[in-house]
Ligand binder design. Structure first.
Ligand code: ADP
Ligand code: MG
Length: 225
């Protein structure tokens, strides 16, 4: 069974008097371990789709099944819990907590889960900091880091809970192309070693060479994926 299954998913945004159809019937199945890219021009619905898969937003219609859970039937708190335990999110603008240092940012989701000792949490965060090449920067705050380093923190934070799925919304959009390539190599390496499913959106054709499968979206619909 697919790890992620969407059928007939639509999303309409209400903008004053008008309704903006962001997704117009998406049917997609994604399997465990895929390294998949969603590509489409600006405004095509990439962020909306990732937010729905990531349980940050809900579909207007259709069915969304994530790791065997029919998301449409879950309560808000069940959906929040699914997101915390199964999904890591990497945002275009990193979304780090400015007052926390690198290691504290990476630990944050584990502290929310509150199921391990502080020592165990620190050890796991240190392992991830090392895995993304930031072991010598653990006490820096986000403002003291380059864009590429911030994105590495965001990747480590997304991975720290060992989620089944990592979603990355244009993860290289705010990076120069060399740094972007390094970040994608790192994601690919983690996909191979940890078997984590990665889904990343982009509108940059150069980023596509890294993808194992590509889903093209345009005007809220899938085109020849
Ligand atoms: N919060 C919102 N309110 C109204 N319209 C929105 C909102 N978010 C996105 N949209 C619209 O939905 C469509 C898809 O947007 P989005 O998913 O952000 O596309 P992409 O990420 O591919 O650029 C666009 O027409 C956008 O203007
Ligand atoms: Mg977007």
């Amino acid at each position: 069974m697919a790890l992620i299954h969407l059928s007939g998913v639509t999303k309409d945004y209400q903008l004053g008097e008008t309704i903006v159809p962001a997704l117009r019937g998406i049917d997609v199945s994604i399997h465990k371990g895929e390294f998949l890219s969603i590509i489409g021009p600006s405004g095509s619905g990439k962020t909306t789709l990732l937010n729905i898969i990531g349980c940050i937003d809900t579909a207007s219609d259709g069915t969304v099944i994530i790791a065997g859970n029919n998301v449409t039937r879950l309560s808000d708190s069940e959906r929040t819990s699914l997101r915390l335990y199964k999904i890591g999110f990497i945002f275009q603008t990193f979304n780090l907590i400015p007052v926390l240092d690198v290691i504290e940012n990476i630990e944050f989701p584990l502290l929310l889960m509150n199921r391990e000792s502080r020592d165990a949490i620190r050890r796991r965060a240190m392992d991830l900091a090392a895995a993304v090449g930031l072991h010598s920067h653990i006490h820096h705050r986000p403002a003291e880091l380059s864009g590429g380093q911030r994105q590495r923190v965001a990747i480590a934070r997304a991975l720290v809970t060992n989620p089944d799925i990592i979603l990355a919304d244009e993860p290289t959009a705010n990076l120069d192309s060399q740094t972007g390539a390094t970040i994608l190599e790192l994601m690919k390496q983690l996909n191979t070693t940890e078997k984590t499913t990665f889904i990343f959106s982009t509108h940059d054709p150069e980023v596509l060479q890294y993808a194992q499968r590509i889903i093209k979206i345009k005007d809220g619909k899938v085109h020849d994926s």
